[in-house]
Write a protein that binds this ligand. Structure first.
Ligand code: HEC
Length: 99
């Protein structure tokens, strides 16, 4: 009986996870930035931890930013295994809005 309850709760847990709202097709650059980038760049892009460039002062173009996020640079990790190309584009666009 115990074992049955254990399996049952596992099944419910897995069901609950698989039904968790996926990001419903809308890629939100800001929320990606808040979860993946603020650790070094800060919410306003100026924190500069580990020598991170102040993003509002960056004059890189969108495609150059996408390359940095995709491949990483020095301490900054590559995000190509973590984010889809669509997400990389969205978060790079978001960095262009930082002032
Ligand atoms: C582990 C810390 C760290 C994280 C996390 C991080 N970065 Fe960086 N980032 C850096 C560092 C350090 C540099 C400067 C690299 C260099 O000097 O070549 C940098 C540089 C950049 C640049 C280039 C700016 C320029 O003008 O050269 C962009 C764009 C950028 N980061 C965007 C992002 C985005 C978007 C994310 C989240 C997906 C992110 N970073 C996550 C540390 C980080």
């Amino acid at each position: 009986m115990r074992y049955f309850l254990f399996i049952l709760s596992l099944t419910i847990l897995m069901w609950a996870c698989s039904n968790a709202p996926q990001n419903s097709g809308i890629v939100n650059g800001k929320s990606i930035f808040m979860s993946k980038c603020i650790t070094c760049h800060g919410a306003n892009g100026r924190m500069g931890l580990n020598g991170a460039v102040a993003l509002p002062d960056s004059d890189l173009t969108l495609s150059q930013r996408m390359t940095v996020v995709d491949k990483g640079r020095k301490i900054m990790p590559a995000f190509n295994a973590i984010l889809s190309q669509e997400e990389i584009e969205a978060v790079s666009k978001y960095t262009l809005t930082l002032k």
